[in-house]
Design a protein around this ligand. Structure first.
Ligand SMILES: [Zn+2]
Length: 250
C-alpha cells in the first residue's frame, strides 16, 4: 500500500502541491516512486540531485567507477575529498544530506543483463545516464523485458541527446534509434564535454521521470531530441519503430 503524505512532507513539498497538476496526489506518487539510475556521472548526478530533492521515495544508483579529479567540473555531487571513492558511495552520502527521507540504494559494480532486467522490473522508471553505447543498448534490452519506461540521455562535446520510450505498442525503443542513427560510440575522455550540457540533459531526464510518475503532461515518444549548446537550439527527429527491431518487436 502506498504511504499517504504526512504534514511535514506536505509543508516541504508545498510548491509542488500548489501546482494543480501535481496536488497532494501527484506528490504522493513521487514519494512512493522508485527510480533506477544507471550511471552516476554527470547525467546521473544532475538527475539524482533533482529527483532526491523533489521527494522521489527510492533511488537506486548503479556505477562501478571511482571519482576522478577530472569528473569534478561537471559531476556536481562530488568534491575533492571524494576523489578515489566509489561514485555511488559519494553520491549516496551527498543525497542523504540533501533529503534524508529519500532511500538511496547503490550497486558499485556492473549488473549483468539478468540483474539489470530484474532491477528494471522492480522500479517505476529507469534513467540511462551511462557514457557508452553498449551500456545504453543493454539497459534498453533490460527495460523492454518488463516494459519499464526508459529515459535515455547522452552528452558529448557541446551536444546532448534525449530519448524516451514506454515500450507500448507503436513506440520505438533505443535499439530502433541506434539502427537509424548508427550512433558512433564516442567518449568524453577523448572528445571532451562542456559541463552545462550534462546538467541540462540530466535535468530533462529527471523532468520526464517526474512527469511519468505524477501523470502530468506528455513526454515525447518516438522522438530523438538533440540539444546544441553552441546555438542553444533543440532539434527533434521522429524515430518510427523498426519492424526488424530485435528488442521491441515480436
Ligand atoms: Zn526497438
Amino acid at each position: 500500500m502506498p504511504e499517504p503524505i504526512n504534514q511535514a512532507q506536505a509543508m516541504r513539498y508545498n510548491r509542488h502541491i500548489v501546482l494543480p497538476q501535481i496536488d497532494l496526489e501527484g506528490q504522493e506518487r513521487l514519494l512512493n516512486a522508485r527510480v533506477l539510475i544507471i550511471g552516476a556521472g554527470g547525467l546521473g548526478c544532475s538527475a539524482a540531485q533533482l529527483l532526491c530533492a523533489s521527494g522521489v521515495g527510492t533511488l537506486t544508483l548503479v556505477d562501478d567507477d571511482h571519482v576522478e579529479v577530472t569528473n569534478l567540473p561537471r559531476q556536481v555531487l562530488f568534491t575533492d575529498a571524494d576523489v578515489g571513492q566509489y561514485k555511488v558511495a559519494a553520491a549516496q552520502q551527498k543525497l542523504n544530506q540533501l533529503n534524508a527521507s529519500c532511500q538511496i540504494k547503490t550497486y558499485s559494480r556492473r549488473l549483468d543483463l539478468t540483474e539489470l532486467a530484474s532491477q528494471a522490473g522492480a522500479h517505476n522508471i529507469v534513467l540511462d545516464c551511462t557514457d557508452n553505447l553498449s551500456a545504453r543498448l543493454a539497459t534498453n534490452a533490460a527495460c523492454a523485458v518488463s516494459r519499464t519506461p526508459l529515459v535515455s540521455g547522452a552528452a558529448i562535446r557541446f551536444e546532448g541527446q534525449l530519448f524516451t520510450t514506454s515500450y507500448a505498442p507503436g513506440t520505438s525503443c533505443y535499439e530502433c534509434v541506434s539502427a537509424l542513427t548508427g550512433n558512433p560510440d564516442l567518449s568524453c575522455t577523448e572528445s571532451g564535454i562542456f559541463s552545462p550540457v550534462v546538467a541540462i540533459i540530466g535535468a530533462q531526464q529527471a523532468l520526464i521521470a517526474m512527469q511519468l510518475i505524477a501523470g502530468i503532461g506528455k513526454p515525447l515518444l518516438n522522438t530523438l531530441q538533440l540539444f546544441d549548446a553552441l546555438s542553444g537550439q533543440w532539434q527533434q527527429f521522429i524515430v518510427p519503430e523498426n519492424p526488424q527491431c530485435t528488442v521491441c518487436q515480436g
